[in-house]
Ligand binder design. Sequence first.
Ligand SMILES: [Zn+2]
Ligand SMILES: [Zn+2]
Length: 281
Amino acid sequence: MKVKFWGTRGSIAVPGKDTIIYGGNTCCIEIDLECGKKVIIDAGTGIRSLSDRMIAQKEEVEIYLLLTHAHWDHLQGFPFFDPIFNPLTKILVDGLPTCMKALRAVFENRVGDIFFPVRFGELKAQIIYLDKLCHGPLTIEDTIIDAVPLHHPQGGLGFRFQEGNKKLVFITDNELDEDAPPGRRPADYARFCKNADVLIHDSQFTPEEMPEHTGWGHSDFATTMDLALKAHTKRLFLFHHAPSRKDSELTSIKERCQEIAAKNGADIMIDAAKEGSEFTL
Ligand SMILES: [Zn+2]
Ligand SMILES: [Zn+2]
C-alpha cells in the first residue's frame, strides 16, 4: 500500500507563507493498493493537484472514492477533479448515503444551480454509489476495508485497510470523548485501531484549546496520542490541522507528542501529516 497526502488541513484551505511545510489544502489522501487499484479518501481541495497529475500522466481513471462525510472541507475539490469530465472515468463512491447526495448537491440543489456552472447530469464520468461500507466491509481484491462511525456533528465514517498483514487506519473529524454514545468512545476506537501499522487521526486542537471547542467534533493531540498508545500503533500521523495553525506550531505539537511517547516508553513514530508527502507500508 502506498499512501500520499494531497490535503492535510481542516475546515478551509489556507495557502500562504505559514503553511508551506504542512500544506494548506483540505482533506484528500491517495492510496495505491498492491493489486493496482486506486482509492482516494475525500475530495477536499487537495484533490485538484492530484487531478493535475492524473491528467498530465494520462492515467486511466478507475478509482474508489471513499467519503468520510459531507462537510465542505471534504468535498469542495470534487468539481475541480477533471477526470469527472472524461467519459472513460469510473468513480466508485462509498461512505454514508448523505455523501452521495452531497456530491450531487455541489452541482445542483434546491436553492437553484448557483454553485457551479455544470450540472451533475452533465458530468461525463460514470459515478456509481456502491453502498457497501454502511453494511459491512468493502473488499477490493485482497484488501479489506472496514468502517467505524465518527463522533462528529452529522456523523461520518473512519476507515481501516487490511492488506495481507498490513493495517492502515484513517480517522478524521472525530472527537475522542469518554461521554460519547456507545460505539463511539475512545475504547471503541482503540479496538478498531488495534496494532495498526499506521494510524492517521484528527488532531485539530491542543489540550489547552479543548474547553472552548468541546462538541465541535475534533480531537486534541493528547487524546490522539492516548488512542495511539492504547491501540499499540507503530506510526501516527496527526491530521486535519487547524486552519490558523502555523508550520512552526505544528512542529512543536509533533515534539510534544514525541515527549508523551517517550514518557510512556512507547516506540512509536510520530509525524504531523505533510501535504505532498508519501509513505509505503
Ligand atoms: Zn473536516
Ligand atoms: Zn467535519
